[in-house]
Write a protein that binds this ligand. Structure first.
Ligand SMILES: Cc1ncc(COP(=O)(O)O)c(C=O)c1O
Length: 374
């Protein structure tokens, strides 16, 4: 239904105009449990046994009382040290959110005013755009460059100076192109634009290693915020926990727009266990990197166009009609994500990288369906 028709047909109180203009953010997330899920870049083998054990040991009062967050920020501080990511982040520099999705929403809510500008890239993670629209922000999205989807650094540098946007958001490595941007370049962008909040979404950083955390001091660079989550590596996607790390003043402002108990008790318990088991995260990342090498080799020999860079995912352009291949893979019990209507990469499938045996299962089915000879 057209927007004006919708307005005319509606009876009852009107929401804000920005909301009325939007559609709900929908991801095809139902009925996936018994299939090989290579569609949302989740951990494909589940969380550490310590997480499962901690949840099994929960007592009834853990459920009947409101969540307590004591020790969770400190556990992340300790984990960042163990993972050799940061020795200077403090507990006050960490915000807790119901997934990084909620952190993104909160950032836009706290900083994005109607008419303010967001600068980002395209194609990128799909939730930034609705969050900007919700606030009535204007979006300037720079395309990745060339066949290998290079980061549009010069254009963004110039735009930062010229437009002075309220928010610049960079997904690093980018979902879905895998494009990576070095920490030094991010810090330079941040110093170019002290009045812009520079948000670095590092959801997939653990797989490829370009975190800005080892180099940043949030007291000296108060306009930088880093987003990290336990969804993709630690296998907690269903529990919803995410972190915004930045200057304590900024973290405080972002946290003001959330509810007092948005992160639930089970997520807290699971996170505490996951953060003490960095060895499990390292093990899983190692498995994914082995599988990445395995599938890269197959892709090189296949003659199909493909793109593989940062993160735990790759793009492949099938020879046959992409929607048909997607459906045939589903019929074979394998879910992948069709990149239809994504600029620059239309016609491709995004395939999450799991373990080597899972990639072998995908490759056997894909080769048969798309006619690749062994
Ligand atoms: C780039 C990016 N950022 C954020 C999210 C949301 O992560 P979370 O599960 O922590 O809400 C995703 C999920 O797919 C993502 O790909």
């Amino acid at each position: 239904m057209e927007f004006t028709e919708r307005l005319q047909s509606f009876q009852g109180p009107m929401p804000r105009l920005e909301i009325e203009k939007m559609n709900a953010y929908k991801a095809p997330l139902e009925g996936r449990r018994h299939l090989l899920r290579l569609d949302f870049n989740e951990n494909t083998i589940g969380p550490s046994s310590l997480v499962i054990e901690a949840i099994r040991n929960l007592q009834p009062d853990h459920i009947s009382i409101y969540p307590e967050y004591n020790g969770l920020r400190e556990a992340l501080v300790a984990n960042l040290k163990t993972a050799k990511l940061s020795t200077n982040v403090t507990a006050e520099q960490i915000g807790l959110f119901n997934g990084v999705d909620a952190a993104i929403n909160a950032i836009f809510h706290a900083y994005g005013d109607s008419g303010d500008q967001l600068i980002t890239t395209t194609p990128t993670f799909g939730y930034y755009e609705p969050c900007a629209h919700m606030q009535g922000m204007l979006i300037l999205a720079f395309p990745y460059e060339g066949e290998s989807f290079q980061f549009p650094l010069e254009k963004i540098q110039t735009a930062l100076l010229k437009q002075q946007p309220k928010i610049l958001i960079i997904c690093n490595p980018n979902n879905p192109t895998g494009t990576r941007l070095e920490a030094n370049k991010i810090l330079k962008l941040a110093s170019t634009a002290p009045n812009t909040l520079i948000v670095i979404d590092e959801l997939y950083e653990a797989f490829t290693g370009d975190s800005v955390l080892p180099k940043v001091n949030f007291t000296q660079t108060p306009n930088l915020v880093v987003l990290r989550s336990l969804s993709k590596t630690a296998g907690l996607a269903g529990l919803r926990i995410g972190f915004a790390i930045g200057n304590s003043h900024v973290v405080d402002r972002i946290s003001r727009v959330t509810g007092p108990y948005d992160v639930n008790s089970i997520a807290v318990t699971a996170s505490l266990a996951a953060l003490t088991d960095q060895a499990y995260i390292d093990f899983y990342v190692e498995e994914v990197l082995k599988a990445r090498d395995w599938i890269k080799h197959k892709l090189i020999k296949s003659g199909r166009r493909y793109h593989i860079d940062g993160g735990n995912y790759l793009l492949i352009w099938p020879k046959h009609e992409v929607s048909k291949i997607e459906l045939s893979l589903r019929a074979a019990g394998i879910l992948v994500r069709n990149m239809k209507s994504k600029p620059l990469i239309e016609g491709s499938l995004r395939v999450s990288i799991g373990t080597t045996s899972q990639m072998a299962q995908f490759w056997a089915a894909f080769s048969e369906i798309d006619g690749i000879e062994a």
